[in-house]
Design a protein around this ligand. Structure first.
Ligand SMILES: [Zn+2]
Length: 238
């Protein structure tokens, strides 16, 4: 940390578990906001009053959590799963052990509480699992969208399950919805939250109070799921 930053360059800071970049403001007020990429920025006048900045972060803590949850860096913790007997793989919030098998029609099936992967497909295990999440995910997500959309009075366009950069899901201005295949590793209730969150964007583009009210109407305990994602999201990977 330096007290000689007189230009507009941002410096990176950490307050407890919240990382933020600090930029000089020409106004007298200190403000905190979340950038489009999900990073937290504080603008404050010089000289920086760190105590004041930190108390603002403290006041806004739950608001920050809510907003960061969506962008939680999926790659913060590199999960590395191996395609060997006994390795655990998540599906809808449960951990299933992998078993390699010699004979089986499909490359991968979930059966009797185990993921069965054909031994001659081990080298492409990553792609096969992603494909499993994508195809199973699309069915599941479509079902839930069809259930929740009318309750919320919204429509939606095309639905895709894919690899997304820094988000669990996204909603285009035309109403097309994209979901990360990793969403399928979350418990159903959390998956529902992700789906409802995107549908609420059909009503409000930004995460303002009206947006969260719309989520709250269909899912009064949504905060629990936001926090689940925050704490477990990084571990959801292959
Ligand atoms: Zn959102």
């Amino acid at each position: 940390m330096s007290d000689s930053s007189t230009d507009n360059e941002a410096s990176l800071h950490q307050y407890q578990d919240i990382q933020y970049s600090l930029k000089q403001s020409n106004r007298k007020t200190t403000s905190l906001f979340i950038e489009r990429d999900g990073s937290v920025t504080v603008r404050a006048p010089l000289p920086y009053d760190m105590a004041k900045i930190e108390s603002i972060i403290e006041q806004k803590r739950s608001w920050i959590y809510r907003n960061l949850a969506e962008w939680e860096d999926l790659n913060r913790v590199q999960v590395h799963r191996e395609f060997v007997n006994g390795e655990g793989f998540l599906y809808l919030g449960r951990n299933y052990r992998l078993q390699l098998v010699d004979e089986q029609d499909e490359a991968l099936v979930l059966k009797n509480g185990r993921f069965l992967l054909r031994r001659d497909h081990v080298d492409s295990g990553m792609e096969i699992f992603k494909n499993f999440y994508r195809t199973k995910g699309l069915d599941r997500i479509n079902q839930r969208l069809t259930h929740f959309a009318p309750k919320m009075g919204v429509t939606f366009g095309s639905v895709r399950v894919m690899e997304l950069q820094h988000r669990w899901a996204s909603c285009t201005s035309k109403g097309d919805l994209n979901f990360h295949w990793r969403c399928l590793m979350a418990p159903l209730a959390v998956l529902d939250y992700i789906i409802i969150h995107e549908l609420a964007h059909r009503l409000y583009r930004n995460h303002d109070a009206k947006f969260w009210d719309a989520v709250d109407k269909v899912l009064p305990d949504y905060q629990r799921h936001v926090s689940w994602l925050r704490h477990n999201g990084a571990g959801m990977g292959l």
